[in-house]
Design a binder for this molecule. Structure first.
Ligand code: HEC
Length: 195
């Protein structure tokens, strides 16, 4: 098995060391594209609690709520964009029905839709995996943000603080999916089937 947790290794060293390292999530790969689905699931199981704990350290209401929303994927997956992080997107009640259709054309998301996307970054050269930002898109009322298709982009850092971003940085890439109302969707193999 290529995915190794230090929790197992530390069983051979002192209990004190085990305590301080048992929360590290180690992966025996530096290229995110090399992991199998099963390995990603194991990584997620190790990172899940850390992500939520980090995102909810601040006062983001979205960070506090998104885990009760609809998960659009069977597991996190790497798409390439967003820094080759593993990504997993949750849709709030207003967004879920339309988002989970993964339609390519004529999509108009209802105002009040929110998509929140967890991210995990693999460590370099034997370093543990790290929590990445929670990326957020909120659909405003018509005319609310004319330059960005009425989407408001934001994010929560792993320490709970707001991510500092420019709307144009996010939108200049997302505008490539204009026909689906700026939505790029999870990679196909992990999309949650509507059937
Ligand atoms: C270089 C292109 C690129 C940039 C820049 C980018 N994104 Fe994305 N984004 C994507 C792609 C591709 C996906 C779909 C892949 C996935 O989620 O697995 C995505 C998905 C998302 C989603 C899930 C909704 C959807 O489109 O399916 C959110 C939320 C999101 N991005 C927020 C942001 C925010 C916030 C920023 C700016 C900080 C940003 N993105 C910058 C390419 C980009």
């Amino acid at each position: 098995m290529r995915l190794t947790f230090i929790a197992i290794l530390t069983m051979t060293v002192s209990a004190a060391l085990a305590d301080s390292h048992s929360d590290k999530c180690l992966v025996d790969a530096t290229d995110a594209f090399d992991l199998s689905g099963a390995e990603v699931e194991t990584l997620y199981a190790c990172m899940e609690g850390k992500m939520l704990a980090g995102y909810t350290k601040g006062d983001s209401e979205i960070a506090a709520a998104y885990r009760s929303w609809t998960n659009s994927a069977t597991r996190p997956a790497v798409a390439g964009a967003h820094g080759e992080r593993f990504l997993q997107t949750f849709a709030n009640d207003i967004a879920a029905e339309q988002y989970l259709k993964f339609e390519d054309e004529g999509v108009v998301m209802p105002a009040g839709s929110i998509l929140a996307k967890e991210s995990i970054k693999l460590g370099k050269e034997g370093k543990p995996a790290r929590v990445g930002p929670l990326f957020i898109m909120e659909k405003l009322e018509a005319g609310g943000a004319p330059d960005t298709g009425d989407w408001f982009y934001s994010g929560v850092q792993p320490n709970g603080k707001p991510l500092k971003i420019k709307q144009s940085f996010c939108h200049n890439c997302h505008v490539g999916w204009e026909d689906s109302d700026m939505l790029a969707y999870p990679v196909e193999e992990v999309r949650v089937s509507m059937n």
